[in-house]
Design a protein around this ligand. Structure first.
Ligand SMILES: [Ca+2]
Ligand SMILES: [Ca+2]
Ligand SMILES: [Ca+2]
Length: 465
């Protein structure tokens, strides 16, 4: 075969230098090797350094993670390079479907020239990366959770696009064609592609695909014994850990429900002190802020998610309401007892060393100051106090004395990528709003009407403000 094909060569150049034997070769090229599925068809060019004296058949293999006949049109596997020509082309048809997929590769490898391997050049293989141009309905944007009215079953979730051009209310309802699905939604926790919506007065967690909001499972429920006044969830050691007040007036029945995330059941409980509220996971260690339910408490429980034991408790100030993890530091903001308790105490910001689980620094507010909503963005801490936003650096040794933004009415807030996202529940009877501020100059970016009693803001996908 080799001998036969050698005879096919044009000889215009091959007789001038016997010391450096002529090495003709056929290779493949493409103008761009990263394409979206809307970029097709793609032209692949097979080029020979020397034309052949007779037609030759080029044989190639198709491999890679993309699926022939689905992601791209099936290829015949051979094509003819006509005698006297130095190039021939192959058209690759791409399928611009509506499916959401990850990037895939199409690999084309020239395996034979006229049945042999002698005339295959080193550039005989190329990889085309096929990227998707489709996305899930709620893949990139802001999720606003609404608790709705207590007892009314009108909890809801809104989706706001990253550019704030579209607000879509009631996405759980529309994605699942249901009406009243939850009474008093409290929080959402994400794990992989799942969102776990803790619904306080429905005594349940709704598990949905975080990008489509299509329902996956319901854990617990009003008539089940799985939860009692569930509040927040964190994931550690492959399990969900859900804080429960139990009876809000009983200081001795509070617990953490341990949720099996595979089969969506509560597999055990961990008894804890009164009023477990926010919960954060640092590797397999859980930190639980005991705000105190309807009473007052002042501790952080530390739970080992491998043994499911409370290993220690850390005393902070009254009513720890929010926490943030920054490297080996757990920042805990306590609101202090409000005046109506008859035992007013000051707010306090504590930095806990997560290696020793001891309080390292304490910054104390004035007796009448009751801050909340501690947020972290890089090294900057933000909190809300009496309608104003205050910020400080984690390295600062004193609390800030002047506010960044004033005259707010936030029911909750969070900070992400230099932007502040606050929710205003207004009068709790009419639709609330999502307020977005640029923390560079503290200007209002947008105010978007959402639904009834917005209670928390979350993010899906990447942000590039
Ligand atoms: Ca498409
Ligand atoms: Ca697609
Ligand atoms: Ca209780």
């Amino acid at each position: 075969m080799i001998t036969a094909i050698t005879g096919l060569l044009f000889t215009s150049c091959s007789d001038d230098d016997n010391d450096a034997p002529f090495e003709p070769g056929v290779g493949i090229s493409v103008s761009g090797d990263t394409v979206t599925e809307a970029d097709g068809p793609i032209t692949l060019t097979f080029t020979t350094t020397e034309a052949f004296a007779a037609d030759v058949v080029l044989t190639y293999e198709v491999s890679g993670t993309a699926t022939s006949g689905e992601d791209f049109g099936a290829l015949p596997g051979t094509l003819t390079l006509v005698s006297g020509e130095t190039t021939t082309t192959l058209e690759l048809i791409l399928n611009d479907d509506d499916e959401v997929e990850s990037s895939e590769a199409i690999v084309i490898t020239l395996t034979a020239v006229d049945g042999g391997t002698d005339f295959i050049s080193s550039t005989n293989s190329l990889t085309i990366t096929l990227t998707d141009n489709d996305s899930f309905p709620f893949e990139n944007g802001i999720l606003v959770l609404h608790e709705g009215n207590f007892g009314a079953g009108n909890a809801s979730v809104s989706f706001v696009t990253n550019d704030f051009s579209t607000v879509q209310n009631g996405i759980f309802k529309s994605a699942n064609s249901v009406d009243a699905w939850g009474d008093t939604a409290q929080s959402i926790t994400f794990n992989d592609d799942m969102a776990y919506i803790v619904v306080n007065n429905s005594q349940k967690i709704e598990v949905v695909d975080r990008y489509t909001f299509e329902t996956v499972a319901t854990i617990g429920g009003p008539s089940a014994a799985d939860f009692l006044n569930p509040r927040y969830m964190a994931v550690a050691n492959g399990k969900g850990y859900v804080t429960n007040w139990g009876d809000g007036f009983n200081p001795d029945d509070d617990f953490i429900a341990v949720v099996n995330l595979e089969d969506h059941t509560v597999e055990s409980t961990i008894a804890v002190a009164e009023g477990p509220e926010q919960i954060l996971a640092k590797d397999d260690i859980l930190y639980v802020a005991h705000q105190g339910g309807f009473g007052q408490n002042n501790i952080i429980s530390v739970i080992d998610a491998v043994t499911n034991m409370v290993t220690t408790t850390i005393t902070v100030a009254d009513r720890p309401n929010s926490m943030q993890l920054r490297n080996e530091e757990l920042w805990v903001l306590s609101g202090g007892n409000p005046a109506w308790t008859g035992n007013e105490t000051a707010g306090q910001l504590d930095k806990v060393n997560t290696t020793s689980n001891t309080v390292e620094t304490t910054l104390t507010f004035a007796l009448t100051e009751h801050p909340g909503f501690l947020s972290l963005d890089g090294d900057s801490l933000y909190y809300y106090l009496s309608g104003s936003i205050f910020s400080m650096e984690a390295m600062d040794t004193a609390l800030p004395t002047t506010a960044d933004i004033t005259d707010l009415n936030f029911y909750d807030m969070t900070v992400n990528e230099g932007r502040l996202f606050g929710v205003d529940a207004k009068d709790f009877l009419s639709n609330g709003s999502l307020e977005v501020y640029d923390l560079g100059d503290n200007s209002l970016v947008t105010s978007e009407e959402v639904s009834l009693i917005p209670t928390a803001v979350y993010f899906n996908g990447d942000f590039n403000f």
